[in-house]
Ligand binder design. Structure first.
Ligand code: B12
Ligand code: SF4
Ligand code: SF4
Length: 393
């Protein structure tokens, strides 16, 4: 049997829906696109993307022993249950189960081991997914794993849609590279129309500074006041630009138990339960092995407060005031105050007034005052910076 057929066959038997072979030729066009994207500031606070950008588009620098990259995808899709109500926040589908980094790398190592067994010789090989500075979508696009949709996701052929992870096994196997898959969005731009923050600034180009996924996962600062209402019920990540995509109307459901909601945080998380988490250690235990660990306690509680302000469940005014009263972090106190300010309720207004009068942090107090009594946010108020809680907002 041909070695490529062997590899693709084993990948299929291990549960990867698609496996193609990527060439390791330099990516000149992609490098220009990536540098242009960085120069526009679209990478927001993701400093790791700015470090050694040439590595992202130079496969040979990334892993010098490699001769080809086996590029795979697997669905993470599970259907969310009915909304359990305003005390809950929503988790993007890719994150409802276990952390895919460890799961996919382990499965790729299994692929390597099985190929080694069949070939009767050891391989040089390394498994990647979403780690290091690797321009995964460019590998996927070039080798026909799918095409780049206007929402910037890789959309697979045969109605596979975009609810899938991309991962790679770099190996010393000399394999014939696959060619690009010519899919198209046509005239559609539903993803751009639905995006609540207009983060898809033009078809196929995303400004992470505006994207809810960035704001709730990677962002280490406060959430800009003017964007909070648009976050809706998204506690972690966002799927709106995928939900509306015609290619995602009958997505294949994952068969991997690791990506099912029972394995991790699930589709909805109880927001009150999050406010009750008082230490980083408690937080780590609760979200062990799940993607929700990424923003840490501080980031996830920040998000929970925004969702509470947007959903305004009954009976929460006292809880929010008590949380703010006992919280040491000015950024979180300020987000709790914002949540209170969203209630059209005299008790909430009284609590907000009390919080403002007691707030020792100047920047937090200024922000709170900007939305007291339903006022518009002060111009340029973009939340508090982690490293400089007393600094300018
Ligand atoms: C940084 C990052 C983010 C950032 C920025 C996203 C972005 N679109 O750039 C944030 C935090 C916002 C994010 C969000 C999400 N992410 Co993310 N993210 C990444 C990461 C680490 C790098 C992406 C990157 O390089 N961006 C830079 C820009 C320049 O690249 P780009 O989007 O591809 O845009 C250019 C190209 O599309 C190009 N282009 C368009 N068409 C064509 C055609 C040709 C021929 C060429 C040459 C170029 C080209 O022009 C664009 C502008 O320059 C990758 C993993 C990795 N290591 O690569 C995961 C990754 C892209 N993310 C992933 C996922 C699942 C998500 C979310 C769905 C999670 C969620 N539900 O919240 C959202 C989706 C938001 C969205 N619409 O993009 C998956 C996507 C899988 C897939 N099917 O494509 C990846 C691949 C991780 C993985 N290993 O599976 N992510
Ligand atoms: S993930 Fe949400 S916020 Fe980001 S581009 Fe898509 S719809 Fe917009
Ligand atoms: S919603 Fe339309 S424009 Fe956006 S990725 Fe899907 S097909 Fe393309």
């Amino acid at each position: 049997m041909d070695v490529k057929d062997l590899v693709v066959g084993i990948a299929g038997s291990l549960g990867f829906q698609r496996a193609v072979v990527g060439s390791l030729a330099p990516m000149e066009e992609e490098r220009r696109q990536f540098e242009d994207w960085l120069s526009r500031g679209y990478a927001a606070g993701m400093e790791y993307l700015r470090r050694n950008p040439h590595f992202r588009t130079s496969p040979q620098l990334l892993y010098p022993g490699a001769r080809s990259a086996i590029v795979v995808s697997t669905s993470y899709y599970t259907e969310p249950p009915a909304d359990p109500g305003p005390r809950f926040g929503r988790v993007a589908r890719y994150a409802v189960g276990l952390d895919y980094h460890a799961v996919l790398r382990a499965r790729l190592r299994e692929l390597k081991a099985q190929v080694e067994e069949k070939l009767g010789r050891p391989l040089i090989g390394k498994a990647y997914t979403d780690d290091v500075a690797l321009f995964e979508q460019a590998y996927a696009r070039r080798s026909g794993l799918g095409f780049s949709g206007k929402n910037t996701m890789i959309i697979g052929p045969r109605l596979m849609g975009s609810y899938h992870f991309v991962a790679e096994l770099f190996t010393d196997l000399e394999l014939e590279p696959d060619v690009a898959y010519e899919g198209t969005c046509g005239k559609c731009f539903r993803c751009g129309d639905i995006c609540p923050t207009a983060a898809l600034v033009e078809p196929g180009s995303l400004d992470a500074r505006l994207c809810i996924s960035y704001l709730t996962i990677e962002n280490r600062e406060g959430i800009p006041v003017e964007l909070r209402a648009r976050i809706g019920d998204w506690l972690f990540g966002c799927d709106l630009c995928q939900e509306v995509c015609p290619y995602n109307q009958r997505p294949p459901v994952t068969s991997w138990p690791e990506f099912m909601p029972a394995a991790g945080a699930g589709h909805y998380v109880d927001l009150l339960g999050l406010l009750a988490i008082k230490s980083e250690e408690e937080f780590r235990q609760r979200f062990r092995h799940t993607p929700l660990r990424r923003p840490k306690r501080r980031g996830l509680i920040r998000n929970a407060l925004v969702v509470l302000g947007n959903r305004r469940p009954g009976g929460m005014v006292g809880e929010l005031a008590a949380f703010a009263g006992g919280e040491e972090d000015p950024m979180l106190r300020e987000h709790a105050a914002w949540a209170l300010a969203q209630y059209d309720d005299p008790a909430a207004r009284a609590q907000l007034k009390k919080l403002i009068s007691r707030e020792p942090d100047q920047a937090a107090r200024r922000l709170m005052e900007s939305y007291r009594d339903g006022g518009a946010p002060v111009a340029g108020a973009t939340g508090l910076v982690v490293e400089d809680p007393a600094g300018e907002p």
